[in-house]
Design a protein around this ligand. Structure first.
Ligand code: NAD
Length: 302
């Protein structure tokens, strides 16, 4: 039997429509809309295309969007002053500094300079701490893990008491999603195991998972026979394994593969996310959700 596909592209549309409606309602009642600033340093093509997508999405949902592009040789001091300016700007609810930064700038120092109440990426140590505490303390869950949890919930997968295995322990995916799934509350209450490069029996752990979240960045790492029949498989991995000519544009595009052998895994799993079109579209969507939440917290209506 074939697994139910959890399509990020469809869930994204649902959530963006919900956000658009809420923004319109807030505008009518309170006369304000969320403001998001994206700070882009230099002209890294990948960063520029991410930022373009973020701007397009912010416009679509009715946010005020400020794009602040700075030269690659901006000093650390000037960048910190710019962040301070937006920290004190009443019309800005979310500040986003597009990574990576040029080598002469201390990334940690820059991210830590963002007001935690405007840190819609959820990477500031204060927000990491809030996530650890859980419950009402959580202001801005990091966007990719928040997207993963949203997909699991919207697919109707039971998380309470479920054995969740997370492959990968990065600060942006593995650790936060593991933390979120073990919290007390809806969409969580799971028993969580994190596995990584030093784990002795990766296969054995994966085989016990009711919900298997894979974020390793290794194409085809999880073999179909490691999947428990009926399990929910969330494949976060995005790996470029070659190039092809796009049928739509005639241009060269990357061939993307996840960390799970999708074709065979979908015959065993109960639910599965495709790559591309699975977790990928959720990250920017959740960034919009966090920015809206920032304004709602400010207005006291969150
Ligand atoms: P990372 O390299 O920071 O972390 C990978 C983790 O996987 C590490 O903790 C490592 O211990 C573990 N790992 C690697 N190889 C392993 C192996 N053979 N066995 C067991 N564990 C192993 O990567 P990341 O930033 O967490 O990203 C992981 C993947 O998710 C990448 O493919 C990345 O492109 C993708 N990603 C996608 C999105 C999105 O779709 N929105 C967002 C973030 C990351």
């Amino acid at each position: 039997m074939s697994a139910t596909l959890i399509k990020g592209t469809e869930i994204r549309e649902e959530i963006l429509e919900e956000i658009t409606a809420e923004v319109a309602e807030i505008k009518e009642k309170h006369g304000v809309v969320p403001g998001l600033v994206t700070i882009l340093i230099g002209e890294n093509p990948a960063s520029m295309s991410y930022v373009t997508l973020k701007i397009k999405t912010a416009h679509r949902v009715g946010f005020t969007e400020v794009q602040d592009s700075q030269p690659v040789d901006i000093s650390e001091e000037d960048l910190l002053a710019l962040i301070d300016k937006y920290n004190n700007d009443e019309s800005i609810n979310g500040i986003l500094v597009q990574l990576p930064l040029p080598k002469h700038i201390d990334e940690k120092k820059v991210l830590n300079a963002i007001d935690p109440d405007k840190d819609v990426d959820g990477f500031h140590p204060v927000n990491v701490g809030r996530l650890m505490i859980g419950g009402d303390e959580v202001k801005f869950p990091p966007c990719t893990p928040a997207g993963i949890q949203e997909m699991i919930v919207r697919a109707g997968v039971e998380t309470s008491g479920a054995e969740v295995v997370v492959v990968g322990r990065s600060n942006i995916v593995g650790k936060p999603i593991a933390n979120m799934m073990l919290q007390k509350g809806p969409g969580a209450n799971s028993t969580v195991t994190i596995v990584h490069t030093r784990t002795k029996d990766l296969e054995g752990h994966c085989k016990g998972a009711d919900i298997l979240i894979v974020a390793a960045g290794v194409p085809g790492l999880v073999k179909p026979e490691w999947i428990k029949p009926g399990a929910c498989v969330i494949d976060v991995g995005v790996n470029r394994v070659g190039e092809k000519i796009s049928e739509k544009t005639g241009k060269k595009i990357a061939i993307l593969k996840g960390d799970v052998d999708f074709d065979e895994a979908k015959e065993i799993a109960g639910y599965i996310t495709p790559v591309p079109g699975g977790v990928g579209p959720m990250t920017i969507t959740m960034l919009m959700k966090n920015t809206l939440k920032s304004l709602k917290l400010k207005l006291g209506i969150a």
